[in-house]
Design a protein around this ligand. Sequence first.
Ligand code: SF4
Length: 64
Amino acid sequence: MGQRPVVNQDECIGCGTCAEIATKTFRLNDDEKAEVIYPAGDSDDVIQEAMDSCPTEAISWEDE
Ligand code: SF4
């Protein structure tokens, strides 16, 4: 069983940092909120870095 990143849209402030770090995994949508475009788009390390860089800790791992 793996894990996938999920974004809490209520906590996201749309800074774009996660999408700059894990470019294949996250993007900002039309509401200026981050969303997952492809859960395994980047390596776990890169996704973790994006997660750690989120100012509001809006991204977390969820069991698949
Ligand atoms: S780093 Fe956090 S606050 Fe910034 S866009 Fe990504 S999820 Fe939203």
